[in-house]
Design a protein around this ligand. Structure first.
Ligand code: DGJ
Length: 707
């Protein structure tokens, strides 16, 4: 790993296996020169060709190239990394390279634009073990006149001479998040984005780009944006085959004013390089667990009472569930929506964060003590960014929501979004949460966010600051989280937004886990969880076992199938245990014990997708740690009498002998011959643990290493 300069004004940023090369062009532009496998010699980097094509007088050579920073105003027409207007109407940039600054892991290339008197630092931070480079820009207004930024992206880079590139990204909806899409990159522009104020169910700030990659091999470039507001990723291909990539905060309806000497640093976009999709997710998962997420500890098995009681929460009802949850081995008990204000349905009470005394006559304390006496941690649901019109909070502060003069105030799920950009609202939420956590022994907060923005306006703001609200919201949210974590360092947080509407590395750096989807049907979840695993790790992914038939689609599958599906991540129970039979409770206890035994491997091991679930194909996930390999498998629909499926394991030690039930088989056997599972009923589930026994020393070391 190193950052160094070679001849030709070229900067090289190396990870363990990746190198990123940027050249300072004659005109001061940052020309993207290379992103790929590390090259052995400095000469190799010096020999890299210039990507600039001189074609005709109808194209500026500058326009046929790719950049690490795309300025606006010259003959470059791809998405600008930065675009701004000065108060006097100057809106053209002419950036010149000033200097570089570097430490062992960071490089900043400083540019200066004399036209608008702005200085920009294009920043790179390398996380060598994971072959990931963090990209952001810092912008400073060095002039006297204010400037208004209208685009401030976090990264730009390119690909060239790579035909048949494919873009992988997520599309979805509420209860159907994280459906991975693969689209060919063709001349023109593709943008994936959110304009909803929140990360969104519909798309997610992650992408992968590859030519011919499989799970096991092939160059993959991928990226995660660490931000929970409006975001965009652009892929633009020209007719010469150059592909310009860029991304960051969505320039749509964005603006940010910088007065003299004020700065803005964009959120970080993490760009990774991998060999095959398995390698990509292994690196991304390890990076998230070790660098992004706040704690390295394993996640407890939780019980959440939402699907059991919905808004009908009472102290006695919750106590009954506590007994049952404790009896089957749950470790954390979470009271969901409905414990506060007049919250008897989703039509009222949001914003009135005082305990409902009809439901909890003596407050929450007796229930919390009871939960703790049973040896469980206690968790509570909140949705602090929202308010119902039917609430005391809204009646006292109707101006605290995003709205516009004389415009209709659109409700969604009967609620409005609070304007966190108002200092009094930020203060209200911080104080309310601090008070809740100070007065009660709460171990865990599930922080929900159940609607997208509408009427994005702040009537009392100046007109040229209205479009700042998108970023102000996220900034305030992050400040609140950061302050709460500082004041209450032992409390864990779960990010939820009607399921998976706010999952990104920005929120993940402040939360221990996320609620993947409100869809708790085990079969739908297999597909969501499979695709989710390309981008996100198993530990962060909260998965509940709920009642059959499922509330969403009426489907009823065996309890074992529900468990094995939910054991693919952090296991939780969300069913109405008071309606489970004694046999079902006993079975659940057994599955929770199994999960607790495999938990270190599922939550911290390397995950391999061996087979994706469809009606014709099984779901088979492999998790491998130093101690063991775990297989979680669910058979497909049993069609035409089929009763077996077959799969091959990945990345075991070929020379190692493994205990597989009553047989001892080598890693080579398991990877080359594989295993066959029999099944007698639809969706039959299995959890198989495979432990290494001993190694045949006569065989050559051939184990591949991976983070
Ligand atoms: C949406 C969440 O995704 C659910 O889990 C639940 O917390 C409800 N909100 C409560 O209103």
């Amino acid at each position: 790993m190193a950052i160094f300069e070679v001849a030709g004004r070229r900067f090289v940023i190396e990870g363990k296996r990746v190198a990123h090369v940027v050249t300072i062009g004659a005109n001061g532009k940052l020309i993207h020169t290379y992103f790929g496998a590390k090259l052995p010699y400095r000469d190799d980097y010096e020999a890299l060709p210039s990507p600039i094509v001189a074609h005709s007088s109808f194209e500026s050579p500058d326009g046929v190239a790719t950049y690490d920073f795309v300025p606006f105003g010259e003959m470059l027409y791809t998405e600008p990394t930065l675009k701004s207007e000065r108060e006097d109407g100057q809106r053209i940039h002419q950036f010149q390279f000033e200097r570089s600054e570097q430490t062992e892991t960071k490089l900043t290339l400083w540019l200066f634009d004399p036209l608008q008197e702005m200085r920009v630092g294009v920043q790179y931070e390398v996380f060598a073990d994971y072959d990931i480079i963090g990209r952001s820009i810092v912008v400073e207004n060095t002039g006297r006149l204010p400037v208004r930024l209208t685009a401030a992206q976090s990264f730009a880079m390119g690909r060239w001479h790579q035909p048949n590139l494919k873009l992988h990204h997520f599309a979805g909806m509420w209860t159907g998040e994280f459906k991975k899409q693969i689209t060919p990159v063709t001349p023109g522009r593709q943008t994936i984005e959110s304009r909803r104020g929140v990360t969104s169910h519909q798309a997610n700030p992650w992408f992968a780009l590859e030519q011919d990659a499989t799970e096991d091999r092939g160059e993959v470039i991928y990226g995660h944006f660490a931000y929970s507001g409006n975001w965009a990723i652009h892929v633009e291909q020209d007719a010469f085959g150059f592909v310009q990539l860029s991304g960051g905060m969505n320039p749509f309806d964005f603006s940010w004013k910088l007065s003299h000497q004020q700065q803005l640093t964009t959120p970080t976009f993490y760009i990774g390089y991998a060999n095959g999709f398995a390698d990509m997710s292994a690196h991304a998962h390890a990076f998230q667990r070790n660098v992004i997420m706040p704690r390295a500890t394993e996640r407890p098995v939780l019980y959440n009472s939402w699907e059991a009681t919905y808004f009908d929460v009472t102290e006695s009802g919750q106590r009954e569930l506590v007994d049952l949850a404790a009896g089957i081995g749950c470790e954390l008990f979470v009271v969901d929506d409905g414990w506060f204000g007049e919250r008897n349905s989703d039509q009222a009470g949001l914003g009135d964060w005082h305990v409902n005394r009809e439901k909890f006559p003596n407050g929450l304390e007796p229930l919390i003590s009871y939960v703790k006496q049973q040896g469980l941690q206690f968790g509570l649901w909140v949705e602090p960014e929202m308010v119902n019109p039917d609430s005391d909070l809204y009646r006292s502060h109707p101006d605290w929501i995003y709205h516009a003069r004389d415009a209709v105030r659109t409700t969604s799920r009967n609620q409005y979004v609070l304007n966190l950009g108002l200092p009094e609202v930020e203060q209200f939420i911080l104080e309310m949460m601090d008070d809740l956590l100070t007065r009660h022994a709460i171990d865990y907060i599930k922080w929900d966010m159940n609607r997208a923005f509408s009427e994005p306006g702040v009537p009392k703001d100046q007109t040229d600051r209205q479009q700042e609200l998108w970023k102000r919201h996220v900034d305030a949210l992050y400040r609140i989280f950061d302050e709460l974590r500082r004041l209450h360092p032992t409390v864990d947080f779960e990010a939820c937004a009607g399921g998976g509407g706010r999952i990104d590395l920005g929120i993940l750096s402040r939360t221990e886990q996320v609620w993947t989807s409100d869809n708790t049907d085990p079969l739908d979840r297999l597909q969501i969880q499979h695709d989710f695993s390309y981008a996100y790790n198993a530990k962060m992914m909260s998965c509940w076992v709920t009642d059959g038939p499922n509330w969403l689609n009426g489907r009823n599958v065996p309890l074992a199938t529900r468990f094995v599906s939910s054991m693919q991540g952090t296991l939780g129970i969300g069913g109405n245990l008071s309606e489970w039979s004694t046999d079902e409770l006993a079975e659940a206890k057994g599955w929770i014990e199994t999960y607790q035994a495999i938990r270190p491997t599922v939550q911290r091991g390397i995950q391999y997708r061996l087979s994706a679930f469809t009606q014709q194909t099984p779901s088979v996930m492999q998790y491998t740690s130093e101690e063991e390999t775990v297989l979680l498998a669910i058979a497909p629909l049993r069609q035409y009498g089929a009763h077996q499926y077959h799969f091959k394991l990945k990345r075991l030690d070929p020379a190692m002998r493994y205990q597989v039930e009553d047989r001892t088989l080598s890693g080579a056997y398991l990877m080359q011959q594989g295993l066959t599972f029999s099944y007698t009923t639809d969706y039959e589930a299995r959890c198989l643990r495979i432990q290494p026994v001993h190694r045949a020393l006569s065989l050559l070391e051939s184990k591949e290493t991976i983070v």
